[in-house]
Ligand binder design. Structure first.
Ligand code: XBP
Ligand code: MG
Length: 241
C-alpha cells in the first residue's frame, strides 16, 4: 500500500545547503588552474555560464570545448583533467575548513526534520569528500544515505542520483520531498518523480523552475509544517492509499 505520507527529505548540496559555488568551488577551481600553471581564470560571470554542466571534471571539459579546445587535443587531456580536479577538490576542502556557512534555516530544518522522525538523505553531483568537508560531523550524521559524485554514471540533470538514493532508502518518490537550487537539479529530481522545493541562489535566480511545488529565496526559519503542506500539495492530502 503506497502511503502519501511524507517520510523523507532528500537534499541537494551545492547551492541548497550552502552557497558553495560562490564561496568554495569557483575559487578552488581557480587555485587549481594556477597551481597547474594554466592561464585560466573563471570569473563569476563565466562560472555562471559553466554551471550549465554539473560535475567538476565535466565542467572543466565543457570549458575547454568552448574556450580552450587545444587543451583537449593533447593525448593526456583526460588524465590532466582528473589531476586538475583532484587539486581543485583539495583546495575546496581547505576552503571548507576555513568555514563555509550553511544557508539560512538549513541547520534548523535538518534538526527539526530529524526530530520529527523524517529520514534525511543527500543527492548531489559534488565529490563525496566535499560533503564531509562542508558539514560538521553531527550534521553529516543526520543523513541516512549520501548519494554523491561518480556514484552514478549520469550526473544531474539525469535522475540517476535521485533514483539511487530512493533505492537506498527503500522508499517510493511519493513518500519523499526533494530540496534543490537549480534547473538541472529540478530536472533530475522531477525525472525521478519527486516533488521538489526550490531555494534560489544568485546563480540560479533566472532559471526555469516550472514543476517545483514551491520556489523560495531561502529556507529561512520556515517551520517543518510547511514541508508537509508542500508534500500534500504535490501528492494530495495525507491519506493512506
Ligand atoms: C553542484 C555541482 C558540482 C559542484 C562542483 O552539485 O554541479 O559539480 O559544482 O563539485 P549539486 P565537484 O548542486 O548537485 O550539489 O567539482 O566535486 O563536481
Ligand atoms: Mg545544487
Amino acid at each position: 500500500m503506497l502511503s502519501s505520507m511524507l517520510e523523507a527529505l532528500i537534499f541537494d548540496v551545492d547551492g541548497t545547503l550552502a552557497d558553495t559555488e560562490r564561496d568554495g568551488h569557483r575559487p578552488a577551481f581557480n587555485a587549481a588552474f594556477a597551481e597547474a600553471g594554466l592561464p585560466w581564470h573563471w570569473d563569476a560571470r563565466l562560472y555562471g555560464e559553466l554551471l550549465e554542466v554539473t560535475g567538476g571534471k565535466e565542467r572543466i571539459r565543457f570549458f575547454c570545448e568552448r574556450h580552450a579546445p587545444e587543451f583537449l587535443r593533447q593525448g593526456d587531456a583526460e588524465a590532466r583533467i582528473r589531476e586538475i580536479h583532484a587539486a581543485k577538490t583539495r583546495h575546496y576542502v581547505a576552503l571548507c575548513a576555513e568555514g563555509i556557512p550553511l544557508r539560512p534555516g538549513v541547520e534548523r530544518l535538518l534538526r527539526e526534520a530529524k526530530a520529527a522522525g523524517l529520514r534525511l538523505a543527500i543527492a548531489t553531483t559534488t565529490t563525496p569528500e566535499n560533503i564531509s568537508a562542508l558539514l560538521a560531523p553531527d550534521l553529516l550524521a543526520l543523513f541516512e544515505k549520501v548519494g554523491a559524485g561518480d556514484t552514478v554514471p549520469n550526473k544531474k540533470p539525469a535522475p540517476d542520483i535521485y533514483l539511487w538514493v530512493l533505492a537506498q532508502l527503500g522508499l517510493p518518490a511519493r513518500a519523499c520531498l526533494a530540496i534543490e537550487d537549480s534547473a538541472n537539479g529540478l530536472r533530475a529530481s522531477r525525472g525521478a518523480g519527486l516533488a521538489t522545493v526550490i531555494t534560489r541562489t544568485p546563480y540560479t535566480d533566472d532559471h526555469d523552475f516550472s514543476g517545483a511545488v514551491a520556489i523560495l529565496p531561502e529556507l529561512g526559519e520556515v517551520g517543518l509544517p510547511q514541508l508537509r503542506h508542500w508534500h500534500s500539495l504535490a501528492y494530495g492530502s495525507d491519506k493512506k492509499v
